[in-house]
Design a binder for this molecule. Structure first.
Ligand code: GTP
Length: 263
């Protein structure tokens, strides 16, 4: 059984800040948001977690392996270096969406995202070392089949983007509704999902649904481990196994099983 620790990252009072005293230059906001995401990715990724940019003012992380002290340090270092602060809510559950619901509830109980005096909230629980197991995190790494040949080398960038986003929209909704999984576009033609304990059949059905609904063909590699980094690396190796074997779904392929490089 999986046991995901999710962290909701919310920029405090960001809406008002973007227009105070006057609306700020959009490219300055984009620069700040993407630098903040880069710093979160480095901090959380360096400790074995994954963070996704989602809407930038709110970001979702899977933080198995990060404890309360790590979260406090993250708030402190962002507060020291940025013109904004962040609140963090955590939740733990076998179902990723339930974990995120409880992470969200902690912040919502403390006040609104746009309360000027609700700052640097840290709410929720953390997995203790003794609770952690090698089955806690299931990561699925989806990739569009031959995106280069079908889209990038054929269509202009905007029409390629529409195709990829349609596949993403269909997949994210299906996995959310059928399995309580959380899916994030990570660039190119790649989608990474935080999943509960799902079977190969579940993944085959997900891929079939996206092909039928959006006309986008996917393959997926899946990894299971104690931390997002380890599960995510196994998922990438499993995706390489799909390419080598011509399969649509590969689960937990050992690194040396398909003649691909190990990390
Ligand atoms: N975030 C992320 N992006 C990747 C990764 N691998 C590839 N990409 C992106 O995906 C794009 C397409 O690469 P591929 O998926 O390898 O190419 P493809 O044409 O779809 O070919 P096949 O996947 O082999 O069918 C690249 O230009 C990158 O932007 C990855 O591991 N993570």
């Amino acid at each position: 059984m999986t046991n995901a620790q999710l962290t909701l990252v919310q920029i405090d009072n960001y809406g008002p800040w973007t227009v105070t005293p006057d609306p700020r230059r959009e490219m300055d906001l984009q620069t700040m948001q993407s630098r903040l995401f880069a710093d979160l990715a480095q901090f959380i990724g360096g400790r074995g977690g994954y963070v996704f940019f989602t809407r930038f003012d709110n970001m979702v992380a899977i933080t198995n392996g990060l404890d309360r002290t790590d979260h406090e340090l993250l708030q402190e270092t962002i507060g020291n270096r940025y013109p904004v602060t962040i609140s963090l809510g955590t939740g733990i559950d076998a179902s990723p969406i339930v974990a995120l619901e409880s992470a969200t509830a902690g912040l919502q109980r403390a006040g609104s995202a746009q309360d000027g005096d609700r700052r640097e909230v840290l709410s929720g629980d953390f997995l203790s070392a003794s609770e952690r197991t090698p089955e806690d995190v299931q990561i699925a790494h989806f990739d569009v089949n031959d995106a280069t040949g079908k889209y990038t080398d054929q269509l202009n960038e905007f029409d390629s983007f529409i195709q990829i986003e349609q596949g993403y929209a269909t997949l994210m909704r299906y996995l959310r509704e059928e399995h309580g999984a959380l899916s994030f576009f990570v660039g190119g033609d790649n989608i990474i999902s935080i999943c509960p304990a799902m079977s190969a059949d579940d993944y085959h059905e997900s891929i079939a649904h996206v092909e039928a609904d959006a006309g986008v063909e996917l393959k997926v590699g899946v990894g299971v481990a104690e931390t997002p980094h380890e599960a995510g690396m196994d998922a990438k190796h499993a995706l390489e196994a799909c390419r080598h074997r011509g399969t649509a779904v590969e689960l937990g392929v050992p690194h040396d099983d398909v003649g691909v490089a190990t990390d």
